[in-house]
Ligand binder design. Sequence first.
Ligand SMILES: [Zn+2]
Length: 451
Amino acid sequence: MAESLQPHLDAPANRRARRFRARIEVAHERKVGHDGDGGRRREPRRPAEPLGRSANKSSPPHSTPEERRERKHAKRRERHSLRYRLRQVTTLKRVKDCGHVSINGEGSGPALRLGVGKGGRIAGFSGLAHCGSVWACPVCSAKIATRRAEELADLMRYALEQGCTASMVTLTMRHNQRQSLADCWEALSKAWARVTSGKQWVSDQATAGLQGWVKAVEVTRGKNGWHVHLHVLMIWRGEISEDMAKHVGGRMHARWTRALQRRGFDSWRDSGGLDVRLATLDPVKGGGLHEYFVKLSHEITGGQAKLARGGGRTPFQLLTEGLATGLADDIERWWEWEKASRGRRQIAWSKGLREWAKVEPEQSDEEIVEEELPGEELLLIRPDSWRALRSHPDRVCELLEAAEAGGFAGAAALLDDWGLAWMVGRSAPPPLTKVQLDAYRAFPRQLEPTA
Ligand SMILES: [Zn+2]
């Protein structure tokens, strides 16, 4: 696992990583202690899956709604837990504050909201900071990937209705351990600009009938360093033959290679350096770019594993393993990742494609995560209670699950059990009747703000 590092960077970074390792170990112990205290769990918790191993496990075909809900909850806990542990090592303040700090300062707590989404009731908090990092935040990136997958599905359905067909092109580059992620990424961006410009590209688009493209950047880390590559969905007017798709893809690859070489890089032609295949436009059938984003939205710690070539690890796998082992190399690579990915786009659509497909104008990653959760405000958590609750991401998720299962009463009961103070939200149930009040008096539950 140890990789050669430039000596002048090595020493201080390693020292920092070792310090973090000690803190991480303490935090792990604390977490285990908390988990062991019983809380208000109604059923034994499933043992935690080894993180990063779940991506290749597809859902069992005949799972019940209950099993699907369980899995969804487990994934949410995994994402929240990883974001919480990431607070100890991240260099990005926004990521550190995400889902933790109240946007109105420490003097106010978040509101618990409940709405209805495609998959049923969905609870969340408002009034908390969100980082909107598609690369470095396990929670925000899942939310953004969900939206990107929905938009791609809309595009694909529209294109299918118009009688279009599609192909997928994957473009990769040669790399080694000494090349920095920032340099690889820069070379990739420049090479893509070269792929989509010039006379040849203009004439190929016209001849083959290209309606547009959507490209996504994917990065993994393997034994040969950073692996930065592109997946491109190409949408063709009418039928495209495999030969034609490969012909255009081959010419794209030639421009790609020339541009990389100009920057001191090179491409792979064999062993998956260029991959062109016909793709389905039916989002339900899956495959291609749409499924990639669906997977990303569900399987943060290993979602890219299926598409990753050469056994590399995704950055979230790197982080997860780095946090678990305290290995300085992994933590340093994560820092490099945070720095180099900042401000980069994960996905881009060709000009005019959104308008053609009547897909809403693009929202930025930040705009997506800052959208208020639809639904109603059930209750407000007191600031001191939030400060106590937020250091237990499992409990935070348990509260969301309680709200989704039992609404206002479920969430309020759980907070009471934990001795956490709350106030009635704008959409709490209407005042109770005398009979209900008497019943509540017999079994005291919170009708008014707790002390
Ligand atoms: Zn975030």
